[in-house]
Design a protein around this ligand. Structure first.
Ligand code: ATP
Length: 238
């Protein structure tokens, strides 16, 4: 489903060039629940943004759903992003002046679904998240965990094949983090591939495979708590 071969990415600011990803090779199969770990600045978000077609890589080959991304037009990439991918962010990214139902329904608005139909679907998704009674509430009336559940409902309303979550529990206390992770696990069990960036060990250990990044390279991969890398067995500790 996802294959990265020798991916490089640099950022240029002024006269400085920062080489952030230095040859990433990675294969993520359909239906996997994967976490990407590493210390601050190791390139986790950069990698997730490339996976989510929110940023371009400089070198290497990225194949998503058997299509090579570099060869693709921006329009085609946008279509793929809208149809195949769902996003969850640390800061929820809810629209403050829209209620929970309207926030969840938003992706369907962009797909030109009629208002009645999209609100009905949004209510169904809120119900799945245990939030039906909160449909009319504005984001500032919701707890962190509730906001993230609204954001997760919004990310799956278009029935994506892959969810990309950047520190989805970063703003939550530990009990709420576990609730949100259990929700992402349930979503994964329904067949959706889930990729989570986190710097929290406990969160990463709730996934099937942990990809450890260090200085823009994959340092090790832990599968079901078994370390697979031949190169190194060190796991970064925060
Ligand atoms: N748009 C950008 N322009 C310039 N530099 C950037 C940009 N985005 C990220 N960087 C730099 O690239 C490096 C990797 O950033 P990235 O956000 O991928 O790391 P991270 O592992 O997700 O870190 P954190 O855990 O702190 O979020 C950092 O040094 C960051 O400052």
């Amino acid at each position: 489903m996802i294959r990265l071969q020798n991916i490089h990415k640099s950022y240029i600011t002024g006269t400085n060039k920062l080489h952030v990803l230095k040859g990433i090779d990675l294969h993520i199969k359909e239906g996997e629940l994967v976490s990407i770990m590493g210390s601050s600045g190791s390139g986790k978000s950069t990698l997730l943004n490339i996976l989510g077609l929110l940023d371009n890589h400089d070198e290497g080959v990225y194949t998503l759903n058997q299509e090579e991304i570099k060869a693709m037009s921006e329009t085609k990439a946008a279509k793929l992003r809208n149809n195949l991918l769902g996003f969850v962010f640390q800061s929820f990214n809810l629209i403050s002046f829209k209620n929970a139902m309207e926030n969840v329904a938003l992706p369907l608005y962009y797909q030109k679904v009629a208002r009645k139909k999209r609100n009905k679907t949004a209510l169904e998704y809120l119900d799945k998240m245990g939030l039906k009674d909160w449909a009319e509430h504005m984001p500032n009336e919701l707890s962190g965990g509730q906001k993230q559940r609204v954001a997760i409902a919004r990310s799956i309303i278009t029935q994506p094949k892959i969810i990309l979550a950047d520190e989805p529990t970063g703003a939550l206390d530990s009990a709420t983090s576990v609730e949100v992770m259990n929700l992402l696990k349930e979503i994964n069990q329904s067949g959706i591939t889930v990729i989570i960036v986190t710097h929290e060990n406990d969160i990463a250990h709730m996934t099937d495979r942990i990809i450890n990044l260090k200085d823009g390279r994959i340092e090790s991969i832990i599968e079901n708590n078994k370390i697979n890398s031949k190169e190194t067995i060190r796991v970064p500790q925060e």
